[in-house]
Design a protein around this ligand. Sequence first.
Ligand code: DHB
Ligand code: FE
Length: 279
Amino acid sequence: MANLFAGVGTSHVPGIGAAVDHDKTQLPYWKPLFDGYGPAREWMEREKPDVVIIVYNDHASAFSLELIPTFAMGVAAEFQPADEGYGPRQVPVVEGHPELAWHICESLIMDEFDMTIANKMPVDHGLTVPLSIMCGQPEAWPCKVIPLAVNVIQYPQPRGSRCFALGKAIRAAVDSFDEDLKVAVWGTGGMSHQLQGERAGFVNEPFDTAFLNDLTADKERLINIGHTEYMREAGSEGAELVMWLIMLGALDKDAKEVYRHYHVPASNTAAGLIILENP
Ligand code: DHB
Ligand code: FE
């Protein structure tokens, strides 16, 4: 059977991808951030997941305000890096896992989560930057990827509690897939950041630290953080953190933290990374 063994939470700042693509990771500005990614890359190389479900938000690349799916799962065999205005990133094509993705969609919809099913979905920095963070610059990505796009761009976004419940349902779906596969879930986005308005550049380190702590210490508190609290405490884009709760919901209750890295600033953002493993 498929085994969902671990979760990763990570920021997906586009500048991090640009630093990788333009060979700037060893410059004084970026080095402390990338030094902290080293152990996460070693973990990835050691654990070799077959499939990673990457929970991310599309930033008006595959979708626009014409079409705003709350939860869209990619079931295609491959996903092209999106052109975000300056040409697609020169990174490998993202290979999907259609059989598992369709199985998860079926299970979720029977479980009353009304998923949007995407047969074509160019993937932007929200998905490719986490791959660069965890895998560096390989010829081909070392795992299959099932993209799960969540609307955190346009109000009304899904609540954290709904995201957590979706994670639980994803776990049940993976558990019932009849093939020996090692599966991980990554939640991306955050941590605290605000890209616009009077508080542009806002970062709240105590909020982020408490969020990282409570992924293991107090899930109930995290699940109940509302949109207004995210905006006030984590900036206007801080609500991206609800995507980490999908990852959290898919893990065992007593999943353990095995690695953490937190660094400010990465572009306008507090960059966080955490790895959680089921016992
Ligand atoms: C930036 C953009 C993002 O989508 C994000 O999640 C964090 C930072 C940026 O432009 O700096
Ligand atoms: Fe983002």
